[in-house]
Design a protein around this ligand. Structure first.
Ligand code: ATP
Length: 236
């Protein structure tokens, strides 16, 4: 059984259909990439999976349970964390306070403390800057904070919306190394990216999204070598 199963999803904004009947699955331990151009519907899919949007048709099944109508705050407690597009850190709060917010679903203080230590180990830059206001961090540091905050809920699966957006090539590499490390430590990853080259380099499998439809899917290495993917998404 897949950890996350999305079936025949159709999502509308008013009368406009953004997602036109898509299905995909994510197995435990996998890194799955959803790639596609601007406006293809990537963010809409993540918002529907995390309960921020509700589909007109179709379903979202997480660990065998239908969560299509479950509100977002409940879905977080089930073990799904979302790193939103554009980071969305709490600008007026410190790095430390932002991280603590990520653990709001959890009760055990010792466990939260231990988790905080793990996040600081993964992101030494955040520990150095734990008292700094999040709004004054650089773009890359804010991305690290958004990821660290998501990890504070100790998720089984982490959904990331364009982590590379607006970052320099060096930082993009750093962020992707961290995503790979998060995956290796046992967290399943669903990654939405316009940077297809980077996403395919770390993914196990991927789906190509075009104006609300999945037009291609498969093993990430195969897609990296596919002529039409190369032409449309890899600038080759
Ligand atoms: P990007 O890479 O640019 O973020 P995306 O693949 O994440 O794009 P979405 O943001 O999911 O794409 O948008 C899919 C389609 O739905 C687009 O045509 C977009 O204009 C439309 N859309 C998104 N949000 C809304 C909204 N709140 N109201 C109306 N239309 C919307």
């Amino acid at each position: 059984m897949a950890m996350l199963e999305v079936k025949d999803l159709e999502v509308y904004y008013g009368v406009i259909q953004a997602i036109k009947g898509i299905s995909f699955e994510v197995n435990e331990g996998e890194v799955i990439a959803l790639i596609g151009a601007n406006g293809a519907g990537k963010t809409t899919i993540l918002h529907t999976v995390t309960g921020l949007l509700h589909p007109k048709h179709g379903s979202v099944i997480f660990e065998g349970q239908d969560i299509t109508k479950v509100p977002a705050h409940k879905i977080v407690t089930m073990g799904m964390a979302h790193v939103p597009e554009g980071r969305r850190v709490f600008a007026e709060l410190s790095v430390y306070e932002n991280l603590k917010m990520g653990a709001y679903t959890r009760k055990n203080k010792d466990e939260i403390e231990e988790n905080l230590e793990n996040v600081y180990k993964r992101f030494p830059r955040l520990e150095e800057r734990k008292k700094q206001m999040a709004g004054t961090l650089s773009g890359g540091e804010q991305q690290m904070l958004a990821m660290g905050r998501a990890l504070m809920s100790k998720p089984k699966i982490i959904l990331m919306d364009e982590p590379s957006m607006g970052l320099s090539p060096i930082l993009v590499n750093e962020i992707f190394d961290i995503i790979q490390a998060v995956s290796e430590s046992g967290t399943t990853v669903l990654l939405v990216e316009q940077n297809a080259k980077k996403a395919l380099a770390i993914a196990d499998r991927a789906y190509v999204l075009e104006t609300g439809n999945i037009t291609m899917s498969g093993n990430a290495t195969e897609l990296l070598n596919d002529t039409s993917v190369k032409k449309a998404y890899l600038g080759e």
